[in-house]
Design a protein around this ligand. Sequence first.
Ligand code: SF4
Length: 324
Amino acid sequence: MSLPPLLNGTELYKTFRVSGQRRSSKLLTALDNVSLQLAAGETLGIAGESGCGKSTLAKVMAGLLTSDRGNVFYKGTQLSLLGQDDKTVFRRKTQMIFQDPFSSLNPRMRIGDSISEPLKIAGLSLPRQRTELERIMAAVGLHGDAVNRFPDEFSGGQRQRIGIARALAASPEILIADEPVSSLDISIQAQIINILLQMKLEFSLSMMIVSHNMLVLRHICDRIIIMYLGAIVECGPAATLFDRCRHPYTEALIAAIPGFHALSATKSELLHDDLPSALSIPPGCRFHPRCRHAVDRCSSEVPRMKEYANGHTAACHLSKQLYG
Ligand code: SF4
């Protein structure tokens, strides 16, 4: 009998009410029928432009936001049905890393105390806390003297190391990182990515990485999900997605990567106009107003998600004609 996925999101919908003119309000669709699984040991990437719903999806999967419809299952059990003890275990086992780790650190708390907090909560003795703290700090490349300093004494890259260390102190099995390197310099980005890869092996983690940086995801992930206006439009093994994408939106994202010449066309040749508002999702294929391949049926008929080799899926009426 095969094990259920570690995390499983089924038919997730999430909307937010936003205020409009003259005290009116509108519904913004952040997630629209999104289903995904994270297998044990897997690194899953979530890509797409800003506002496509990827951060909302990360928070829903981490249990920090509840979906309007659909469910998230942890090892086969629905999150909303977990008892109090199991909920506590889930929260500890699923840790999130944010783009700006500074916001999740108490500015008046010394770094050593911040990182040790989960160790204390787990009931470790003081000597064990100290040993674990040293081990985790060394693993993420933080010097021992950092323990007595405060968050504002660190650079962006060091703060991200602190964020990762704090997450690891909870002994997680799942790490969900929301744009973990996007605010960092390129050289620091590489260091943080390498730390995440090392931590995955050393701590046997499963990871979900949200990023608009396709190259980061290609480097770090086993599979990548492409989101557009709240929906998944393509999903596949990272290498396959880059070598043979099956959706015009993915093609445009890959074409937009600076210095990546796998595709001959540029982003502007492949992608018309700016991202439409999630307040009014286009009918039919939601990508049709920007798609250079759109035909009549694209504006009225929602494309079904079709499966190709190696678990590669894409939702485009013309995928076969365009990509073989
Ligand atoms: Fe473009 Fe039509 Fe495919 Fe949508 S369904 S991506 S509009 S070709």
